[in-house]
Design a binder for this molecule. Structure first.
Ligand SMILES: Cc1cc2nc3c(=O)[nH]c(=O)nc-3n(C[C@H](O)[C@H](O)[C@H](O)COP(=O)(O)OP(=O)(O)OC[C@H]3O[C@@H](n4cnc5c(N)ncnc54)[C@H](O)[C@@H]3O)c2cc1C
Length: 667
């Protein structure tokens, strides 16, 4: 891939690489087959003008949304015409790279029916959903409540005289608010509502409610539905029609309640099924594995842009070298950029591990073995929280690493951030998720003498040893030992969790005391998750990494672990496990890692294999021809459609000609 002049401005950088680029591409794709599918789908999208992202940040909302509908429809047509498999179709939609209603239809509506519907219900709804004869969304959140699902107010009251539920939104705060795809596209909503039979409230259950006519798409009688408004950033998440929805005593058939876990009989009896609630856990692990891989992809896009641009951009110089220095040569630039590069690799490795975790969970569910589920629930909740928060912050850091030009939409970074940042909130607010992890840690510690902790919490079984032995590092290279690093992360996490558990144990056990300690609880949950990330990156590295890339992955793994250690040095020091001197030694080792990454940096981001089309960034172009394309890009700006700007006569000329109060002034 080269520019119009045939020049690859980054060729010198690429020539320095010390690893097998192709092997790294295949590794990052998750295997040869995945690599081939990815490459094919990326090209298919890049070569189809309908999928162009060219004007997205300049379009008014109505045009933006209409174009998004066009792309989603065209993607579906392409999938059918080319007979693409489910995996290929998913990849194709991934490369279209635009949040849209189909994300919720395929990602939430269909899985919810599969997980919560009876076989009969699946038989009725899934064929319609699979061929998109109906479009569904996932309507849980309301104006008044999101995280606190038990606080939802929408009601579904059973009327045995007609064998129907009456869906109702009794207050303003009960208005469904936020569901993606609800605003304008969906014909059906999976509505979470309080089930009421015979005046008794049975709590929150799921119902399929038709909301728009299948004839002309108008809202059904007594349904009020629309889009909630413009969201953060240009383009970004504004291609999605997040919606509001109110019911005014809308009747739906009894069979529209999803009844796999509980049933309402014709005469209004509420019956819980004997199916274990945990059956839905497999889907949860699957969704969260996708979130962690997505975090890696989004972060890798930002890092690709920042690394390539940092290799192109030159500022200042020194007397020892001719010309100006590439900004990637500056230690401060490296110390902000290379840990993010290593993080993108770490998240990819952890995403791969989560795939095997999913397989393990499914096997256990089949065997009715629910013993590991609390640990799996906590681990995946925590990983969702940490990886999305770090990725959102990382994209913003990459924007700053690109200086002024990073602020231009042409850099691709503002839109990437705007599209990604809600991941910190949807699928569970990140702080709430960490509090769930903290509760799990407290429970595990309270039972540690009787129940041996499993999986990612197994280290807590060694709490005594981890609480008494301190770090033995005495020279820098002592840190270059994965067991030493792992023990440091285990000891820090175990000690932080034990400290807050002890403080709570000394108290009365009240909820107020728990609340008082939530900042420390969140910190200990974060420590636990950072340990999981470091340990799984190491584990993945040690299991069958191809020779041609192992060395680079090791460097990235140490970079990741050292930067985590240093960024959280306060916590590590406070636990007493490490000394200030040991942290200083780790800092020196981290600099050595930066030296090892430096000649490989551009190749390491090339390995993510993002096409120019997918990156959509003048700064991150493969050929490094940044300035030509920034300059050309300015001429696409609508303000430059005319040389004299619209508004000059009415509003600018009177200022310049001192005619502000002239009789014809429009000011
Ligand atoms: C782009 C986007 C798309 C979405 N798509 C959907 C969708 O398709 N379907 C759907 O149903 N919903 C959707 N949502 C809604 C989303 O799931 C909720 O916004 C999310 O669950 C957070 O809930 P909340 O808004 O009530 O936040 P709140 O819970 O009100 O959080 C506000 C603040 O309070 C803090 N907080 C709340 N409770 C506690 C506590 N107990 N302890 C400590 N701190 C606390 C939180 O950490 C946060 O800082 C979407 C949201 C966004 C932004």
């Amino acid at each position: 891939m080269q520019d119009g002049n045939g020049l690859d401005h980054l060729a010198g950088e690429r020539a320095m690489a010390q690893f097998d680029l192709q092997a790294m591409k295949v590794y990052l794709a998750g295997g040869q087959r995945e690599y081939e599918i990815s490459t094919k789908m990326a090209q298919l999208v890049a070569n189809d003008p309908v999928f162009s992202k060219e004007d997205r940040v300049r379009l008014a909302r109505k045009d933006l949304y209409k174009n998004s509908l066009r792309k989603a429809g065209h993607a579906w047509k392409t999938i059918l015409e080319k007979g693409l498999s489910e995996v290929e179709g998913l990849k194709l939609r991934h490369f279209v790279d635009e949040p849209t209603y189909t994300d919720l239809h395929w990602g939430m509506f269909i899985p919810a029916i599969k997980g919560q519907g009876t076989e009969e219900q699946q038989h009725k709804w899934l064929p319609l959903a699979y061929k998109m004869a109906i479009i569904g969304c996932y309507a849980q959140t309301e104006l008044g409540h999101g995280s606190n699902v038990q606080g939802l107010e929408t009601t579904a009251t059973f009327d045995p005289t007609t064998d129907e539920f009456i869906m109702h939104s009794p207050t303003v705060t009960s208005t469904k608010w936020w569901p993606g795809g609800l605003g304008k596209a969906s014909t059906h909503a999976l509505v979470y509502a309080r089930l009421i039979t015979d005046k008794k409230d049975h709590g929150i259950h799921a119902f399929i409610a038709p909301i728009r006519s299948l004839e002309d798409h108008t809202p059904l009688p007594n349904v009020t539905v629309g889009d909630i408004g413009v969201k953060f950033g240009n383009g970004g998440y504004n291609t999605m029609d997040n919606g509001f929805l109110r019911f005014d005593h809308v009747r739906i058939p009894r069979e529209n309640m999803l009844m796999r876990l509980a049933t309402v009989t014709k005469d209004g009896k509420y019956v819980r099924s004997n199916k274990p609630r945990q059956l839905g856990y497999g889907a949860m692990v699957f969704v969260r594995q996708g979130i962690v891989i997505d975090a890696s992809i989004y972060l890798s896009r930002a890092v690709t842009i920042a690394v390539r641009y940092s290799a192109v951009r030159r500022q200042f110089g020194n007397k020892d070298e001719p010309g100006e220095l590439q900004v990637i040569q500056y230690r401060t630039q490296q110390s902000r950029l290379f840990p993010l590069l290593a993080t993108a690799y770490a998240y990819r490795a952890v995403g791969f591990w989560m795939k095997s975790l999913y397989a393990d969970v499914m096997k256990r569910l089949n065997d009715n073995d629910f013993s590991t589920l609390p640990e799996v629930h906590a681990c995946t909740a925590g990983l969702k929280s940490i990886t999305t928060s770090v990725t959102a912050d990382g994209i913003e850091e990459c924007r700053k690493l690109c200086g002024g030009h990073g602020f231009l939409c042409a850099s691709g970074l503002p839109e990437l951030y705007a599209a990604y940042v809600p991941a910190c909130t949807y699928e569970g607010d990140n702080t709430i998720l960490l509090l769930q992890v903290a509760r799990f840690l407290l429970k595990t510690l309270s039972q540690v003498s009787k129940v041996r902790p499993v999986g990612t919490a197994a280290y807590l079984g060694n709490i005594k040893q981890l609480s008494t032995q301190n770090c033995k590092v005495s020279q820098g290279h002592d840190w270059l030992n994965t067991s030493v690093l792992l023990e440091a992360f285990e000891a820090r996490s175990a000690r932080q969790a034990a400290a807050v558990a002890l403080r709570l144990a000394k108290g009365s056990g009240s909820e107020a005391e728990f609340q008082e300690n939530t900042p420390e609880l969140v910190e200990s949950a974060r420590a636990h998750c950072q340990l999981i990330l470091v340990s799984k990156f190491i584990e993945q590295l040690q299991t069958g990494t191809p020779e041609g890339i192992r060395k680079q992955l090791e460097v990235l793994c140490y970079t990741y672990a050292f930067s985590q250690l240093i960024d959280n040095a306060g916590d590590f020091l406070a636990t007493g496990y490490v000394t200030g001197n040991q942290i200083a030694l780790a800092k020196e080792e981290l600099k050595h890692m930066f030296d090892k990454i430096r000649p490989n940096a551009v190749a390491l981001v090339d390995a993510f294999d993002h096409t120019d089309d997918y990156l959509g960034s003048a700064l991150g172009r493969y050929d490094g021809d940044v300035y030509t394309h920034l300059y050309k890009g300015a001429f696409k700006e609508s303000l430059n459609d005319t040389v004299v700007v619209d508004g000059y006569e009415e509003y600018l000329k009177p200022v310049l000609t001192q005619n502000l109060w002239a009789p014809h002034s429009k000011l």
